[in-house]
Design a protein around this ligand. Structure first.
Ligand SMILES: [Zn+2]
Ligand SMILES: [Zn+2]
Length: 332
């Protein structure tokens, strides 16, 4: 098999991933061996490769938005068959026994495992995956499904955390790969969507996807929102989003990283406003998002790169040169 392997973290300009040939792994008990067709690139991959996040294993094959086909099944796997298309998200397993797991919040499990971080991921021609962390896919083109597996799932969980009601007014701050999927779900729920983003290109994209109002983060929207999601990792946006939030409203912060939050007047939070973060996602989030993807149907914009060009693809993500998501293609 072929894999893009990370041995030492460094800036993507210095080509941290090396293309290597290695032995194809055997699937262990309860695992599947997949032939990977496509793998989406997420900003988390960039954080991992460049050293903003500690490595959990070395060397490691990144990638947590893989679409592939089942080639082999390990001992004890039932309900799967060879040749079936499946998707592989960020979550690679939880302990199933801790308080969070027992309460249906496995995204908070202290022993959560991750594809492309604690076990090898999808920047490769093959990968193994726990059978209970591989998901049957809707009938959408594979390359468009790949970015749904993290950008889409996180975007969706953020909407749920923001306690959005059908037909309500929702503000989205930042308009990258998660938000451009989130807005399609909100339109499906008949919500009015306000989009705050500096980028002219993103403003046009938001309008095309049905935003009822679009403006810069310093602009004032015509009405207050009942819920809001900040998709950008910018703490300064928190007081602005709260100023635009109606009494009783909820603001969800979707990114793993955020710059420090500025001090602010208590009045911005008063009247029972709620602020919450969004941490990882559960397997139920993945299932629900994939069901919605088929029903709406969700469209993601993608730019394709051959697997061997993973360094170049990461560089394009770093420089925000792409509209939508970068996706690696395994041609072999
Ligand atoms: Zn991700
Ligand atoms: Zn647990």
């Amino acid at each position: 098999m072929r894999a893009m392997v990370l041995r030492r973290q460094k800036p993507v300009e210095r080509r941290p991933l090396a293309c290597v040939e290695r032995e194809t792994p055997e699937p262990g008990p309860g695992e599947l061996l997949l032939r990977v067709r496509y793998c989406g690139i997420c900003r988390t991959d960039l954080h991992l490769v460049e050293g903003d996040m500690p490595l959990r294993r070395r060397p490691i094959v990144p990638g947590h938005q893989a679409v592939g086909v089942i080639e082999e099944m390990g001992r004890g796997v039932t309900g799967c068959k060879r040749g079936r298309r499946v998707g592989v998200p960020w979550i690679a397993g939880s302990c199933g026994a801790c308080m969070h797991c027992r309460q249906g919040r496995e995204n908070l499990c202290e022993r959560l495992a991750f594809h492309g971080w604690s076990r090898d991921g999808g920047f490769a021609s093959h990968m193994t995956v726990r059978a209970d962390c591989a998901f049957p896919l809707p009938r959408l083109p594979d390359e468009h499904v790949a970015p749904l597996l993290c950008a889409g799932v996180v975007g969706y969980r953020a909407l749920r955390r923001a306690r959005i009601e059908r037909g309500s007014t929702v503000a989205l701050w930042g308009f990258g790969s998660s938000a451009h999927i989130g807005i399609q779900i909100l339109r499906h729920w008949d919500c009015k969507v306000q989009v705050f983003t500096r980028s002219r290109a993103h403003q046009g994209h938001a309008r095309a996807l049905g935003a009822s109002w679009v403006g810069s983060p310093k602009a004032r929207a015509p009405s207050l929102s009942e819920s809001a999601v900040i998709y950008a990792p910018v703490g300064e946006l928190v007081p602005r989003a709260l100023r635009n939030l109606a009494p009783g409203g909820t603001l969800a912060l979707a990114d793993i990283h955020m710059t420090p939050l500025p001090t602010m007047e208590y009045a911005l939070l008063w009247k029972e406003k709620t602020v919450t973060s969004v941490a990882n996602s559960t397997r139920d989030d993945v299932r629900e998002l994939l069901r919605l993807a088929a029903r709406i149907p969700l469209r993601s914009e993608v730019t394709l790169f051959p697997l061997e060009k993973a360094n170049e693809a990461l560089l394009a993500v770093k420089r925000s040169r792409l509209r939508g998501s970068a996706v690696l293609v395994n041609e072999a």
